[in-house]
Ligand binder design. Structure first.
Ligand code: MTE
Length: 325
C-alpha cells in the first residue's frame, strides 16, 4: 500500500493566510473594467485580470510557505546578468537587446494530448489567476545562483485548464521564434536549433513548486528575464526555466530540449541540481551567489535539488540520478 505523505508546503488554500497583499489600484480597476466588457463573451471568468504590462506593478499575495528568507539578489543583478541566448551570449546582452522583442500582443498555442487545445491570448491565460509572490533560489548550471522574488501562478493550475489526457506523460515548451527581433537567432555562430525548447515530466510539471512567472520584484517581467511569461522550476538547473513561452505541447514521449540537443553528454533531460553529479567540465559542488565580485566571491555549497528536496525528492524515488542527470 502506498501512503502518500503530505509535505509541509502542501497546504490547502484555506490554510494559507496571506502575509501581505499588494494592490496596484489603477491596474486592478482596469482589470475590472476589462472583465465587465469581456463578461458577456467569457462568462466563466470572475476574477479581475491583470495582464502584465512592461514596467508596471502587479497585484499579488506573498507566499512565505514557498519562499526562502535568504537575502534577495539585487534587482540590478537579476536584470543585468542574464542568459537569454536569443539576444547574444554575453551576460549583459539580454539587458541591451531584449527590448527589440515584441511582447504585445502575445499568445500561446496549446496542442497535443489534451481536451482544450487552441491558441490562447496572454489575457486568456492570466484572467482567472490570482498572482502570488514566491522567493525562489535559481541555480544556473554554470555554477552561479540568485535569489529572485517572482510573481506568477502555479503551472499546475494552468495545465489543468487544458485538460491533459492519460497519454500526456510530458509537457514540452517553446520560446518565441522571431529572428527579425531576436538578434541571437540571426547569428551565424549560434549553436542552438531555434526555437529554444524545454520540457518536464508531467508529475514534475504538476508539482506545486513549478511556477509560471509574469513578474519579478513586484513588476511585470523585464524582457531580458523572459517577458511576458516564463517557467520557473527552482530545483532544476536554470536552463530548464524557459523564457518567453509561445507553445505548450502535451505528449507521450520525452520532449527534445535545447541543451540536450547541443551536448547530450553534458546536459540531461532531468537536470536536477545535484552537487554529487559534476558537469563533465566543472564541479557542481559549489556556486557563486550573486552579487559576487573579485574581493567577495561569495561561494556557497550547492544543495541537492537546490534545497527543495523535501518537496521534490519523491519524484525521483528509485531513479539513478547519475544516469538520469
Ligand atoms: N530561455 C530561453 N528562451 N533562452 C535562453 O537562453 N536561458 C536559460 C533560462 N531560460 C534561456 C532561457 C538559462 S541557461 C538560465 S540560467 C535562465 O534562463 C536564466 O534566467 P535569468 O536570466 O532570468 O536569470
Amino acid at each position: 500500500m502506498i501512503i502518500k505523505k503530505r509535505p509541509s508546503w502542501a497546504l490547502s488554500h484555506a490554510d494559507v493566510t496571506p502575509e501581505s497583499v499588494f494592490l496596484n489600484r489603477r491596474r486592478f480597476m482596469t482589470g475590472l473594467a476589462a472583465t465587465a466588457v469581456a463578461g458577456s463573451v467569457l462568462p466563466r471568468w470572475s476574477a479581475a485580470a491583470q495582464v502584465p504590462v512592461q514596467g508596471e506593478a502587479l497585484s499579488y499575495t506573498a507566499m512565505p510557505r514557498f519562499s526562502t528568507d535568504e537575502a534577495k539578489t539585487p534587482l540590478k543583478d537579476v536584470t543585468h546578468y542574464n542568459n537569454f541566448f536569443e539576444f547574444g551570449t554575453g551576460k549583459e546582452d539580454p539587458a541591451k537587446y531584449a527590448d527589440e522583442m515584441v511582447v504585445d500582443p502575445w499568445s500561446v498555442t496549446v496542442e497535443g494530448e489534451c481536451g482544450k487545445p487552441g491558441t490562447y491570448s496572454l489575457e486568456d491565460l492570466v484572467k482567472p489567476v490570482d498572482y502570488q509572490e514566491r522567493i525562489y533560489r535559481l541555480r544556473c548550471v554554470e555554477a552561479w545562483s540568485m535569489v529572485i522574488p517572482w510573481i506568477g501562478f502555479p503551472l499546475a493550475d494552468l495545465i489543468k485548464r487544458f485538460e491533459p489526457n492519460s497519454r500526456a506523460k510530458y509537457v514540452a515548451f517553446e520560446t518565441l521564434s522571431d529572428p527579425k527581433h531576436m538578434r541571437g537567432q540571426r547569428s551565424f555562430f549560434s549553436t542552438i536549433d531555434w526555437p529554444y525548447r524545454e520540457g518536464l515530466r508531467m508529475d514534475e510539471a504538476m508539482n506545486e513548486l513549478s511556477f509560471m512567472a509574469v513578474g519579478l520584484y513586484g513588476k511585470a517581467l523585464p524582457k531580458q528575464n523572459g517577458a511576458p511569461l516564463r517557467l520557473v522550476v527552482p530545483w532544476k538547473y536554470g536552463f530548464k526555466s524557459i523564457k518567453s513561452i509561445v507553445r505548450i505541447r502535451f505528449q507521450e514521449t520525452e520532449p527534445k530540449t535545447s541543451w540536450n540537443m547541443i551536448a547530450p553528454q553534458e546536459y540531461g533531460f532531468y537536470s536536477n541540481v545535484n552537487p554529487e553529479v559534476d558537469h563533465p567540465r566543472w564541479s557542481q559542488k559549489r556556486e557563486r551567489r550573486l552579487p559576487s565580485g573579485l574581493l567577495s566571491t561569495n561561494w556557497i555549497e550547492t544543495r541537492k535539488f537546490n534545497g527543495y528536496g523535501e518537496q521534490v525528492a519523491d519524484l525521483y524515488k528509485g531513479m539513478d540520478l547519475k544516469k538520469y542527470f
